[in-house]
Design a protein around this ligand. Structure first.
Ligand code: HEM
Length: 158
């Protein structure tokens, strides 16, 4: 696939790919069951606390080809998959009636901040680190962050 197609894919589907590999909220869907249920191979008892591991679902090789790798173009041929809770293989904002009500605000705020930073500055990694080999390991918590700080050099564009 040529670069122009990749850029197009990232433009149209950026909201999807940004959230698949590194969902900021890895565990969501904390729900107490109201009765007996069977989900997959699990027997759920009444009042059990159920937690959905979105991080694992979004890297599940049964649901995603080559899940550990960043291929934004995967959303080109699978573009009906969106992140707003209708497709359970991609649920960075949860799903259902307790899904994140801030999803639209979150998306536009992040895009505005990111676009402003990219517009106003040229960015370079420090110490000769290459983007392709940058360590993107995560730390775990209620929200996920980078394990190692991202050290960059910003130069104003004007
Ligand atoms: C990147 C940004 C954000 C992410 C990834 C995110 C993700 C989530 C997730 C996964 C849940 C749990 C959904 C579930 O249990 O099914 C949640 C709940 C919630 N989020 Fe967000 N969120 C973000 C930004 C925001 C913003 C900007 C607001 C408000 C302005 C917000 C307000 C809420 C509230 C109030 C809940 C609880 C909803 C309920 O329990 O009924 N979130 N969010």
């Amino acid at each position: 696939m040529g670069n122009d197609r990749v850029i197009k894919a990232s433009y149209y589907h950026g909201k999807n790919y940004k959230k698949r590999l590194h969902p900021p909220v890895p565990f969501s869907g904390f729900r107490e069951s109201s009765g007996d249920a069977i989900i997959g191979e699990y027997n759920i008892t009444p009042r059990a606390l159920n937690i959905v591991n979105a991080w694992a679902i979004q890297r599940d090789p049964k649901l995603w080809d080559d899940p550990e790798n960043f291929h934004p173009e995967r959303f080109l041929n699978n573009s009906n998959v969106v992140f707003k809770g209708q497709h359970f293989q991609l649920i960075p904002f949860g799903a259902g009636r307790r899904g994140c009500p801030g999803v639209s605000l979150a998306i536009i705020t992040i895009e505005l901040a990111l676009a402003s930073l990219i517009y106003e500055f040229n960015w370079k990694l420090s110490n000769g680190v290459k983007g392709e080999t940058l360590d993107v390991e995560e730390t775990w918590g209620i929200t996920v962050g980078r394990k190692y700080p991202l050290i960059v050099i910003a130069t104003p564009t004007i």
